[in-house]
Design a protein around this ligand. Sequence first.
Ligand code: ATP
Ligand code: MG
Length: 356
Amino acid sequence: MALRQLSLTDFRNLHSTTLDLDPAFNLILGANGAGKTSLLEAIHIISQGQSFKTRSLEQCIQHGKQSFLIFSRFDDYKAGISKTTTDSQIRLNNQTITRLSELAEKTPIRIINADSFKLVEGSPAVKREYIDWSVFHVEHTYHDLWIDYRHALKQRNALLKARQPYKQLDYWDDFLADKNQLIYEFRAKYIKLLSASISAELKRLVDDLHITIEYRPGWNTEHSYEQLLRQQRDKDLRYGFTHSGIHRDDIKIFADGVPIGQALSRGQLKRLSISLILAQIILLRQMTGKSMILLIDDINAELDSTALELIMQILSGLDLQIFITSINGLPEQLAQSKEYKMFHVEHGMIRVAKSS
Ligand SMILES: Nc1ncnc2c1ncn2[C@@H]1O[C@H](COP(=O)(O)OP(=O)(O)OP(=O)(O)O)[C@@H](O)[C@H]1O
Ligand SMILES: [Mg+2]
């Protein structure tokens, strides 16, 4: 399900335009500040409903304008997003939808950029989001499970803060425990699968180091979570929040058994973070057969030529739609590869430089 056509109106610095895209490779060239990342951001928003740059889509409205509009044609559906300063609307095949997940589940999308580092060195929340992306796209119950868990946690924390009687807490403890267990099982399963995907397919990219991803659940799993909630009630009441649960999960990464922070050079860390993203894509592809989009922002800054070559080899074996931006011009590896389409961005104006 490739993105075939994209129309933009008043999005960031980009001039309003309609672009026909290549279903396999799209290269976007331009100087600093031209609008390359903005174009990737628009593609991300129309696929996922969210930006990779900001939580507030309002920021994407062109300065001095009241709203932006993105319209897209994928192989077998159409999607549109409009955002004004006060309102937003998502349309899927001409119907307004209220659940963002309906759009997000259609075409999985991932980005490799300067922030990809955070996957390796960032907060537990970033790592949880990484695992959750994989689970969300394979397990259809996961999204609702998550919403239920978050709701229950909020209710329980509100009761704790208000120092409500134990009876009310009992109800939410049971509810939370149920969802906690299911999310835990899903996450454990996918962490194992992702570990295996890195060892099997991406070893060369991480200098043949044996990379393992370890799940550190946000509570002591030797005890039943339900019992733990009850045991910790006094402590939770004192602090006014729930100390244990999957919302405190962490994920640790090891290279040849050593925590990666100590073991790897900056360059290796870069390659590892890219491997983690590719592992997700490869795994999802194997499990669902879904078409996906990969965005690579500023490819030269992210990769040396050996890594680039390896990645191009890996990518050419995957049936993905890829958008790559670059300041320096065409990476050699791409020049030799299969067909691609090239765009030039200049002061927000996008023009086709090479048709596929
Ligand atoms: N809401 C907005 N309205 C108008 N212009 C904006 C808005 N938000 C950002 N810009 C401007 O858009 C320009 C393009 O930014 P963008 O990050 O897309 O450039 P880029 O081509 O990726 O550059 P680089 O090579 O430096 O990464 C920047 O000059 C930025 O200040
Ligand atoms: Mg940029």
